[in-house]
Design a protein around this ligand. Sequence first.
Ligand SMILES: Nc1ncnc2c1ncn2[C@@H]1O[C@H](COP(=O)(O)OP(=O)(O)OP(=O)(O)O)[C@@H](O)[C@H]1O
Ligand SMILES: [Mg+2]
Length: 317
Amino acid sequence: MAAIETEALTKDFPIGFWRPRPYRALESLTLSVGEGEVFGFLGPNGAGKSTTLKLLMQLLYPTSGTARILGRPVGDVSVKRRLGFLPEHPYFYDYLTSEELLTYFASLFGYHGEDRRRRVAAVLDEVGLGAERRLKLRQCSKGMVQRVGLAQAILNEPEVIFLDEPMSGLDPLGRRDVRQLMLRLRARGCTVFFSSHILADAEALCSQVAILAQGRLRAQGRLSELLAFELKGWELVVSDLAADRRAALESRGVRITHIDHDRCTLELPATPGPEALVHELAGGGARVVSLMPVRDTLEDLFVREVAAGGRRDTEGL
Ligand SMILES: Nc1ncnc2c1ncn2[C@@H]1O[C@H](COP(=O)(O)OP(=O)(O)OP(=O)(O)O)[C@@H](O)[C@H]1O
Ligand SMILES: [Mg+2]
């Protein structure tokens, strides 16, 4: 069974005051996320990521289409208690401390007494909030508030968790902590659906991703399938390359970039392989510092899909 499924999910917002007309923020999104996966929902600003998450959380209602979570229609109360959600801009009553706020949420989830105290302490430890848990939220930094948001999202030990830009506002250490938290959730069998435009996070965490741009799904699948892992070329770093050799290589169309006074990078095509050239250079007195294959990255795919979307859209106008 899929943990999350959407079928032609569409959302129009009315825009304009005197003569409102519909603006399509999400166009016929059909997605399926397997149980226990960490799924990256990627796209540039304004792509429709938060709109999708709000539709899944029923903070918005779709113009058309349907969505199911854990096999039940969204809105099914028995499913809601099995979900966690971190909104894009978490905002809490800020005269409470994080400990007090989470104790209040834990009561809503039905935790009481010693059990509740233990649960609140456990989630605060899990998101890395130490003594700061006794500070009023209005005295907390943005990163701390983000961690409190994460703590409330995992408080009820959810089976499926939705995180809208979980790394936002966090420094590199905070981002690493959140990545580790997401991997721990997955290890416990939780399905993690998170939105981001930070591609490195998706590359580090997800087996599956979807790329959304201008409200439309541009690509979906396993990262290994989406990224053509075929070789694009080679990057060869050499030192002590004689000037006449360099000139000869440049005249053969090899691009050469200087790194410092005696090292430079050579960009070589995928075929033929670099062996013959390495041999030739070594024979001429140059030394090989490193040889690296150049492959497609998630960033290349993202730029390609988003740019392709832009062209398609303007073609239709
Ligand atoms: N309530 C609303 N009324 C009108 N338009 C809206 C509303 N909410 C969102 N939109 C529009 O829908 C589009 C998608 O917005 P959304 O917030 O889903 O994007 P996003 O992918 O989350 O972007 P970001 O990375 O900046 O958070 C945007 O063009 C936005 O202006
Ligand atoms: Mg958003």
